[in-house]
Ligand binder design. Structure first.
Ligand SMILES: NC(=O)c1ccc[n+]([C@@H]2O[C@H](COP(=O)([O-])OP(=O)(O)OC[C@H]3O[C@@H](n4cnc5c(N)ncnc54)[C@H](O)[C@@H]3O)[C@@H](O)[C@H]2O)c1
Length: 326
């Protein structure tokens, strides 16, 4: 950390945001949470009450440009990590709202950064900018492989990558976008790929769980994803870079084995449909590592074990209650 840093994290009440805030607070960095929601339940899951007291909470909507400008100005923000978004199922359920939040909201972040005199920001893109596996024969997906989004969420994320390019070309606002794939860990409770983490919660609760997808994909532990976004926000940026984020490229059976190793009573009770996600199996993160240095990748078994242990502790203290899916 450098003296004088003041971070703004949008969507910070979400899964990745909670871990970004936890990491920054543990480093002693003043951190402002900006989120349309107001319940910090994911932050409570991963942080102590004393740590939470050091966070500034601002309830606001990224579709409201004046609110975003005000939070940057009022808090003397020096670094921005823009995570606020609606995930795949929410964009599908309400495409107009999805476009307002994900596309207009991101334009607002760049516009407000420009007005505040910031030189750069970090933001979340996604694997969903790419097409189906069959569109990319041969090997892990390069970070500059042709995008072919087939869900609206991916179309919106791709628009954001274009917004970033134009803000660099026209206004010299630099950015680093990161494309996570399937983030797992405490706090991952919503979205298309949240079911492996919900299976870890079920295992901690001693309950069975069925995961509705399978195949191979890249899993990123929330702790590592947060660290990557913080590194991106601090990296000297020039241009509008966007990188695939690395992780553990594994099959769903490896996830289930890791859950069974962490919670032996779950043996045989966590099942899955071996139907792959509609995205390429693996992506090449060499460009991210070249630009940002060695980013942490927690071994799968260790990340799953920590997740199950944190869930077990939260269930035991009644901070979390397990509700079986309908
Ligand atoms: N979780 C993953 O596997 C994954 C994969 C690829 C990309 N991403 C991207 O990473 C980012 C963070 O993901 P996450 O898993 O933490 O998501 P999440 O759904 O857990 O959190 C999103 C947060 O954004 C907030 N938000 C929604 N609309 C808002 C608005 N109008 N104004 C302010 N805040 C708003 C929500 O209240 C929520 O707290 C998102 O941009 C997501 O698209 C996530």
């Amino acid at each position: 950390m450098t003296a004088g840093e003041r971070f703004l994290v949008t969507g910070a009440l979400g899964c990745i945001g909670a871990w970004v805030v936890r990491t920054l607070v543990r480093e002693g960095v003043p951190t402002v949470v900006f989120d349309v929601a107001s319940d910090p339940h994911r932050l409570r899951l991963v942080m102590t009450s004393a740590e939470l007291e050091r966070v500034k909470f601002v309830t606001g909507d990224i579709t409201d440009l004046s609110a975003v400008e005000a939070v940057m100005k009022d808090h003397g923000i020096t670094h921005v990590i823009h995570l606020a978004a609606l995930q795949v199922p929410f964009c599908k359920a309400d495409p107009s709202l999805g476009a307002r939040v994900n596309v207009v909201g991101t334009v607002n972040m760049f516009a407000a950064a420009k007005r505040a005199g910031l030189r750069q920001l970090a933001y979340a893109s996604s694997i969903a900018v790419y097409g189906h596996s069959e569109d990319y024969p041969g090997g892990p997906l390069a970070h500059d492989a042709a995008p072919r989004p087939h869900v609206l969420y991916g179309v919106y994320k791709l628009a954001n990558e274009g917004t970033a390019r134009v803000y660099w070309a026209d206004d010299g606002i630099a950015s680093i976008g990161l494309r996570p794939y399937t983030v797992y860990g405490p706090g991952r409770d919503q979205g298309l790929t949240s079911s492996p983490t919900r299976a870890m919660l079920a295992a901690a609760a001693g309950e069975p769980f069925h995961i509705p997808f399978g195949g191979r994909c890249v899993y990123q532990y929330t702790h590592d994803t947060a660290a990557a976004f913080i590194t991106a926000a601090r990296a000297p940026a020039s241009g509008a870079a966007v990188y695939n984020l690395g992780g553990n490229a594994v099959h769903m059976r490896d996830i289930v084995q890791a859950i069974e190793a962490a919670a032996p009573t779950a043996r045989g009770r966590i099942t899955f449909d071996d139907k792959p996600l509609p995205f390429p199996e693996n992506m090449d993160d060499a460009a991210a590592r070249a630009a940002l240095g060695a980013l942490p990748v927690t071994p799968l078994k260790a990340g799953v074990l920590e997740t199950v242990q944190m869930f077990a502790a939260a269930l035991a203290s009644r901070q979390l209650v397990y509700n079986a899916p309908n």
